[in-house]
Structure formats: structure tokens, C-alpha cells
Write a protein that binds this ligand. Structure first.
Ligand SMILES: NC(=O)c1ccc[n+]([C@@H]2O[C@H](COP(=O)([O-])OP(=O)(O)OC[C@H]3O[C@@H](n4cnc5c(N)ncnc54)[C@H](OP(=O)(O)O)[C@@H]3O)[C@@H](O)[C@H]2O)c1
Length: 346
């Protein structure tokens, strides 16, 4: 007998999700249906719940991160079979289809946004990786600016993909403003694995965490001298620019002060960069669903997880077990987290 599915549905912006039956999805060509064991919460989900942003179809099922077992592999899928343990990036954000949202017992994901999860890693740990990983690759590896949203270009830092080998230091430096966040810490790991030196700006209590992700130096975002300290730390190395994962007027002011001293560079951000950037600063906003990440999914994630080169960071905080805990997890996400990703087990 076919299993039954349930999902946490948003029927109207600004209301709690409601858990109820959902059709059991089927895998189209190039897709997987995953029986979810754990799903993660991202700030984007809070905006979707509160304001209905990106919702294309009502009622909506959203959520970006899944970990679980392959229930069905669609036509043309070579690398996965039923029963495989996987992590994957659910892309309701672009498709709008409810079956592509993570907050369900069964979710459809593209096979090229999935990777086998080594047996030594729990679903709860593995589920912190997918969306942040794709965001990191989008921040670092695009070669040509695309469109993040109407009138806003994506960054194009054109950095190489992460390597499974120990790569020599490239002599280039990237500043990650918000290095203890989910996206910032994953980008620190990925940039480090390309030979880039990362200088991180994070809370004082997260210096060790940020270094564990690969940052060589970390500075406190509350330190009144943070700008001067970052400038000094970059020193004479080749300065690529700043990935601003916080993207507030305060952090943008700091970014611009750093660029003014270091001669400009790339300002990659998670939100639209400030208008009227100086001519020597190239601004862009990431949009974290992009096929630029496919080679990383296909060739890097599983062996890197196995080798411990890619760590499941930030560590998960389990909010509860069952779809009914998603509302509580969204509330906790809105209250703010520090160097952790909120996870609901299923
Ligand atoms: N455009 C896209 O495609 C895209 C994709 C993914 C995410 N995003 C956006 O990116 C942002 C980050 O997402 P996330 O999941 O990584 O967030 P998160 O993990 O929830 O962010 C929490 C972290 O932010 C840090 N933080 C807060 N204020 C800071 C400041 N002034 N300076 C330095 N760090 C600060 C905190 O650091 P401490 O605790 O150490 O102080 C904390 O660890 C969100 O706004 C999200 O919506 C955009």
C-alpha cells in the first residue's frame, strides 16, 4: 500500500502553518522523492510565512533543506536509488509547487541538488548543509553576473570550486561579515577549500566556531575598531572583497569604509547592496538557487563529508519531532539564532 503524506501548509500570509494531508508526490525526470527524516529552518521561511514573499501557489508548502531516504528516483536519475540516505535542496522558492517544499513527510528535490549522506553522519546533522552550501557557491563561483531580482545583479567573484585536495594558499583574501551565520560559516568552509584566506566578522563568543570553519582571523562585530582591524588584517594580500551575510545599514557602512581604504572590490550580499556604490566597488545580491552549484553537489559534497573536509556546521538545534513543531521552530528563527541551525526531526 502506498504511504500517506502530510505537509505543514501555509494558507494565508501571517498565519501559523497547518499540518494536514498532502498528495504523495511522484518523481519527474531528474527528480527524487525523499522521505524526510529531518528538515531545517532558514530566515527565508520566516519571510514566506509572515509576508507570503515568493509564494506562487496557495496553499503553500515551503522550506529548503531536507535529509532522508530516497523513496523514488525519477527517469534518467543515475546516481541515486530507492533507500539511499541523502541530503538535498528543495526548491519551492523557484518552482512554487507545494511538492517541492521541505515541510512535508515526502518532498521532491532535483537530483542535481542532492548528495549521498555518509552513514556516519546523522540526518539531523546533514540537514544543515544544503541551502547554505548552494548560497556559498552562488556567492563565490559565478563567473558572469546574473539577475538576483529585477534590477539587482548577482555577484560574480569567479572563484574556483572547492577542492578535495589540500590546495596551496592563493594569496587572496575574502572578508565574510557574519561569519558565524549559517550562510557565512558554510561560505567560510567552501572559500577556505579553494585556497582563499577568510577574515571573519562575528560575535565574540563565536571566534572559535568561525576558526573551526576555516577563518584565519575573526573580529568582533561589536568592537568599535572592527573596520580598522579588518583593514589591518587584510594587509598587503590580494583583497577580493566582502561577502556581507548580515546586510544592514550598519554593516554596509562598515563595508564601504573597508573598501575606501583597500581600493574597492566585490561586495557580495544576501540582500540588495546599497545604491550609489563607489565606482571601484561591484555590488551584487546572491540568489541561492543556481545550477552553478551542480558540480559541487555531484563531485564534492559526499567525498568531502566523508573525509571531514566539509563539516555539518553550524551544528543543529533540534526543536522537536513532527511537522507540528515547524511553527515553534519558525518562531525561534524569528527571535534569532547564533551559530546554529534549527532543525525539526520527522
Ligand atoms: N539571497 C539569498 O539567496 C539568501 C540565501 C540564504 C540566506 N539569505 C539571507 O542571509 C541572511 C543570513 O542567513 P543565515 O541563515 O545565515 O542566518 P542565521 O544563521 O540565522 O544568522 C544568525 C547569525 O547572524 C550573525 N549576526 C547578526 N548580526 C551580526 C552583525 N552585526 N555582524 C556579524 N554577524 C551578525 C549572528 O552572529 P553572532 O551570534 O556571532 O553575533 C548569528 O550567528 C538572512 O537575512 C537570510 O534571509 C539570503
Amino acid at each position: 500500500m502506498a504511504p500517506t503524506n502530510q505537509a505543514a501548509w501555509l494558507t494565508k500570509a501571517g498565519t501559523p502553518l497547518e499540518v494536514s494531508d498532502a498528495p504523495l508526490p511522484t518523481a519527474g525526470p531528474g527528480e527524487l522523492v525523499v522521505k524526510n527524516a529531518a528538515v531545517a529552518i532558514n530566515p527565508l521561511d520566516c519571510h514566506m510565512q509572515d509576508h507570503g514573499v515568493f509564494v506562487q501557489q496557495w496553499p503553500s508548502v515551503f522550506g529548503c533543506d531536507v535529509a532522508g531516504e530516497v523513496y523514488e528516483a525519477g527517469e534518467g536519475v543515475q546516481s541515486f536509488k530507492k533507500g539511499d540516505r541523502v541530503i538535498g535542496h528543495a526548491i519551492n522558492l523557484v518552482s512554487g509547487r507545494p511538492q517541492d517544499g521541505a515541510y512535508a513527510l515526502y518532498t521532491v528535490i532535483p537530483a542535481n541538488k542532492a548528495a549521498i549522506l555518509p552513514d556516519t553522519i546523522s540526518f539531523t546533522d546533514g540537514v544543515v548543509v544544503p541551502f547554505a552550501l548552494e548560497a556559498a557557491v552562488c556567492a563565490l563561483s559565478l563567473k558572469v553576473p546574473g539577475v538576483a531580482m529585477p534590477g539587482v545583479a548577482t555577484p560574480a567573484l569567479a572563484l574556483p570550486y572547492p577542492s578535495l585536495e589540500d590546495v596551496p594558499a592563493s594569496g587572496k583574501t575574502l572578508v565574510i561579515y557574519g561569519g558565524s551565520s549559517a550562510v557565512g560559516s558554510m561560505t567560510t568552509q567552501i572559500a577556505t577549500a579553494t585556497g582563499i584566506k577568510v577574515i571573519s566578522v562575528a560575535g565574540k563568543h563565536n571566534f572559535d566556531f568561525s576558526k573551526r570553519c576555516g577563518a584565519t582571523q575573526v573580529f568582533d562585530h561589536k568592537d568599535p575598531l572592527v573596520v580598522e582591524k579588518v583593514i589591518e588584517a587584510v594587509g598587503t594580500s590580494e583583497f577580493i572583497g566582502i561577502f556581507d551575510v548580515v546586510a544592514t545599514p550598519e554593516t554596509y557602512a562598515h563595508d564601504l569604509a573597508i573598501f575606501a581604504k583597500l581600493g574597492g572590490g566585490h561586495l557580495a550580499s544576501v540582500h540588495p547592496p546599497p545604491p550609489d556604490l563607489p565606482a571601484n566597488v561591484t555590488g551584487g545580491m546572491i540568489f541561492a538557487v543556481n545550477d552553478i552549484a551542480t558540480p559541487v553537489w555531484e563531485e564534492y559534497v559526499t567525498p568531502a563529508l566523508k573525509a571531514g573536509k566539509l563539516q555539518c556546521l553550524p551544528p543543529p538545534t533540534v526543536v522537536g519531532k513532527g511537522l507540528e513543531h515547524i511553527n515553534e521552530a519558525l518562531k525561534k528563527c524569528k527571535a534569532g539564532v547564533s551559530a546554529t541551525k534549527l532543525v525539526v526531526e520527522l
